[in-house]
Design a binder for this molecule. Structure first.
Ligand code: ZN
Ligand code: ZN
Length: 413
């Protein structure tokens, strides 16, 4: 029998953001992720056709951001981990709050977010569920952030949807492993780019902090609240610094403690969190300024407590800002790394303190993606989640038939 599989990206194929993929099988239609791009203004994927079930890979906004709108339009069952469900709603609420502050609109409300809680179908890594009579869905860790999943659909063909993936072990989660499949849907964020060796990166990062502290400065680490802040807490744990944690990372850390089964080592994370001073008042924010290291959101420096710290330390040449995430175009952190300036709520000012970037990415780099894809052994590979898929398509073209679909394009597999 000849199977009929069709695929369509409603967004997120040739961009990092707005991810939504529709998969049509014989008699079933499935949706994978339904994200947004939380820019200024925010953008959204195309509306979906009616689907039988939705699978949510993880709790980053580019994957989960528009789930409340989705569920406000029709009944949906959203299959994901309990941790992803919990953190997604926190980020969605924050999106509504930020949009209101910035004067943009998002097409859902806090009431819609609350309503989604009833739509989640919690699943766990290593488990599986039957889909119809002919298919089984199995859940694998994606190694990207705690609670992140890859979805393996097996029936007549074996399909794997990676979401965002990482293959190296980080402090928070173990790297993922290839899964044998016929058709591989793989992210390509780092197509054409490699990461520095993680151990070396951690050493350089810790050495820099020591250097800044030794000259009497404070280290400010703007970090994403989800996973990056916690990863850094664990990296810093052994060094014994006086560390302060501020912003939404505090709340997410407490959630990680509660849903600790998703962590590589709950014990190690607990120890790391115990070492940290949590900022919960203006008074402790002042104490943090005298500390050695401050980890705070937002990662892109477009808002959050990081700006109030920077406002005080921006002209202190002894202090340093250590960026740990990629600086997306148009963000404050990009302005900082390129021009040594920061926009403080409309006023652009020079920054004199030291600025460095450390690539603590949670995505596989180019050769890691190539090795992962080859070890999955697929006949066909569909690349998404990248503004630059060509180098990856080139590296994989001898191993499989490679697809680089555009938004809205429906194609047969
Ligand atoms: Zn992600
Ligand atoms: Zn992503």
């Amino acid at each position: 029998m000849n199977s009929h599989i069709h695929c369509q990206f409603l967004g997120g194929s040739d961009e990092v953001g707005n991810l939504a993929m529709v998969l049509e099988l014989e008699d079933m239609r499935l949706l994978f992720d339904y994200g947004m791009s939380p820019g200024k203004p925010p953008s959204f994927p195309l509306p979906p056709p009616p689907v039988d079930m939705t699978f949510l890979s993880h709790s980053h906004l580019d994957h989960c951001g528009m789930v409340p709108w989705l569920c406000s339009q029709a009944d949906h069952r959203i299959v994901t981990t309990d941790l992803t469900a919990t953190i997604s709603s926190i980020l969605q609420k924050d999106t509504v709050r930020i949009a209101q502050m910035d004067g943009y609109s998002v097409p859902f409300t806090n009431a819609d977010i609350k309503e989604v809680e009833h739509s989640y179908v919690p699943v766990d890594v290593g488990k599986q569920r039957d889909l119809g009579d002919d298919y089984t869905m199995r859940f694998h860790s994606a190694g990207h952030i705690p609670g992140s999943l890859m979805f393996e659909l097996s029936g007549e063909k074996r399909l794997l949807f990676t979401g965002d993936l990482n293959v190296i072990d980080t402090r928070l989660v173990k790297g993922t492993k290839p899964v044998a499949c016929d058709i591989l849907f793989m992210e390509g964020t780092y197509a054409g780019r490699e990461h520095e060796n993680r151990d070396r990166l951690e050493h350089e990062f810790l050495d820099k902090i020591k250097e800044v502290n030794n000259r009497g400065g404070t280290v400010i680490i703007p970090a994403f609240a989800v996973a990056r802040s916690q990863e850094l807490l664990m990296v810093l744990k052994k060094a014994g610094y006086d560390i302060w944690l501020d912003g939404m990372g505090k709340k997410i850390s407490k959630i990680y403690l509660k849903y600790h089964k998703h962590l590589r080592s709950a014990e190690e994370f607990k120890k790391a969190f115990k070492h940290v001073n949590v900022v919960h008042s203006e008074h402790s924010r002042k104490s943090a300024m005298n500390g050695e290291v401050i980890i705070t959101s937002s990662g892109m420096m477009d808002g959050g407590p990081v700006l109030s710290y920077m406002n005080k330390l921006k002209n202190d040449r002894k202090s340093a800002v250590l960026l740990t995430g990629y600086q997306i175009e148009g963000t404050n952190s990009r302005l900082l790394i390129e021009k040594k300036k920061l926009n403080f709520y409309g006023v652009v000012e020079n920054v004199d303190c030291e600025v460095q970037y450390y690539d603590f990415s949670a995505h596989a780099g180019h050769s890691e993606l190539v090795a992962f894809a080859k070890q999955c052994g697929p006949e066909k590979i569909v690349l998404f989640h990248s503004a630059n898929r060509a180098p990856l398509a080139e590296s994989l073209k001898d191993a499989a038939e490679v697809f680089t679909p555009m938004k809205g394009e429906r194609f047969a597999l």
